[in-house]
Unconditional design. Structure first.
Length: 176
């Protein structure tokens, strides 16, 4: 089975590999460059979901794989506090969409304001760590957890949740 990720980001590709090795006995994972169609730093759950779906659709159209995965990080405000999470969309050849997300983590109001003003979270964490490639590795999730929950592992949970629509005998999501 072939699964394509709508990104060349190494952490996102590893997230798909981690998840899919748990779900399928044999799977080939490839990353392809696509555009999300949303702002470089999505500022709502809706924008994160839209970006993930757009990435998955574009990757599927580009490759004709069995499944395509889109992942998009986004910030959102809940009860006056700001959080970041990774939204995941999985699309099969028939166009059916499964959605999931990583866990959320809180960001400061100062960092949130920078992001609302147009800065991307990856630039903030690059400035904090001095590591130009941190978003390709542990990401902000790994940075704030001292490496205990890196981006690839956190996003892999979202990938599994998004795939649950296709693999679970329990149907909690209605087909439209």
């Amino acid at each position: 089975m072939k699964v394509v990720v709508g990104s060349k980001n190494a952490a996102k590709i590893r997230a798909a590999e981690i998840a899919l090795k748990r779900i399928f006995s044999e799977v080939e994972v490839e990353g392809v460059e696509v555009v999300s169609g949303v702002d470089g730093q999505p500022k709502s759950d809706q924008d994160g979901i839209t970006g993930a779906i757009n990435r998955a659709r574009a990757a599927l159209q580009k490759t004709g794989a069995d499944y395509a995965i889109g992942m998009e990080g986004a910030i959102s405000k809940v009860n006056g506090r700001w959080f970041e999470s990774g939204w995941v969309a999985v699309i099969n050849k028939e166009g059916k969409v499964g959605l999931g997300s990583s866990a959320r983590f809180e960001i400061s109001k100062k960092v949130a304001q920078e992001l609302l003003n147009g800065r991307e979270l990856r630039h903030t964490i690059i400035d904090m760590t001095g590591d130009q490639e941190i978003y390709q590795k542990e990401g902000a999730m790994g940075m704030i957890t001292n490496g205990h929950l890196p981006r690839d592992l956190a996003y892999s949970h979202g990938v599994i949740f998004a795939f649950s629509r296709f693999i679970s005998k329990y149907k909690l999501v209605e087909d439209k």
